[in-house]
Design a protein around this ligand. Structure first.
Ligand code: NAD
Length: 281
């Protein structure tokens, strides 16, 4: 879809440099939301590990954009659903940056199918990347936060984890049972982990994006007809952009949100407000 048919876009404002001196790992950072978040963290002053699984050139471009913003970055190819890959990525982050302060567990995918046709591979793939992948990365991050301990001159928190969930942690989604199940799981993973590690000064939160313009959901916004149909689900009347999620992630990773623990921040233009009831149901 061309930009001129979009009535309003995301505001373009400079990102505040609230993460200077912090080190971040962003998974799935060479596309869509992860890319936007990784660049915004760099603009906020953080050094960033740009994780990806395919697409070296796209990862290089994200690294270059972060470096242009004056922060350090390196790409690291790792499948987040594999324990050894995740361990190697965190070891490299600690080797190059000294520690990790922020994890954005973002990597995710869809393998859609009618329930009666869904294969075990489709089920396992989505749960493996979207849920087990976030478990493995969060566990590695918590281990590093506990090893390093608090550094108040860097952040009030000993570490911050942000789980990328979805409005589908709340909204059931026919034809996407594997995906919705993974996001429902993220909600409980995030809340249970937040409760467990808060006494150590570690803040764990989630972001639940609505419809964001990325390659994962091209069919939902690419044509005018698809876009208009999507807008019946979005009271705010525009699609979300990766920058909308990136700003939320910078805030949740920064000390500006220091008392926010175990919360899911919905960034969805009102998609979870039951828009069908706007005209009396
Ligand atoms: P995207 O397809 O543009 O990006 C997904 C990223 O995950 C890519 O960088 C991809 O390489 C990476 N990835 C996939 N499998 C991986 C693996 N095994 N290991 C490491 N990286 C892997 O999609 P996106 O829209 O940017 O989605 C990012 C996250 O946001 C996902 O968790 C998705 O569920 C969530 N989300 C997106 C939307 C939306 O509307 N776009 C809405 C709600 C939630």
């Amino acid at each position: 879809m061309s930009d001129e048919t979009t009535e309003r876009g995301a505001p373009k404002r400079p990102v505040h440099r609230v993460l200077v001196g912090q080190k971040a790992v962003v998974t799935g950072a060479n596309s869509g939301i992860g890319r936007g978040v990784a660049v915004a963290l760099g603009q906020a002053g953080a050094d960033v590990v740009v994780n990806y699984v395919d697409g070296d050139d796209a990862a290089d471009a994200v690294v270059a954009e972060i470096e242009e913003a004056g922060a350090r970055a390196f790409k690291f190819k790792a499948d987040v659903s594999k324990e050894d890959d995740v361990a190697a990525m965190f070891a490299q982050a600690v080797k190059q940056f000294g520690t990790v302060d922020i994890l954005i567990a973002n990597a995710g995918l869809q393998r859609d199918a009618a329930f009666h046709e869904m294969t075990l591979d489709e089920w396992n793939k989505v749960l493996g990347v979207n849920l087990t992948g976030q478990f493995l990365c969060a566990r590695a991050a918590v281990r590093e936060f506990l090893r390093r301990g608090p550094v108040p001159s860097v952040s009030s928190a000993t570490g911050k984890i942000i789980h990328m969930s979805s409005v589908h942690q709340e909204i059931p989604w026919a034809g996407h049972a594997n995906y919705a199940t993974s996001k429902g799981g993220i909600k409980m993973l995030m809340e249970s982990l937040a409760q467990e590690v808060a006494p150590h000064g570690i803040r764990v939160n989630g972001i639940a994006p609505g419809a964001i313009r990325t390659p994962i959901n091209t069919a939902a916004w690419k044509t005018k007809q698809a876009y208009e149909s999507l807008m019946t689900l979005v009271p705010y009347g525009r699609i979300g952009e990766p920058e909308d999620i990136a700003r939320a992630a910078v805030w949740l990773a920064s000390d500006d949100s220091d008392y926010v623990v175990g919360t899911t921040l919905f960034v969805d233009g009102g998609m979870t407000l039951f828009p069908g009831f706007a005209t009396n149901g």
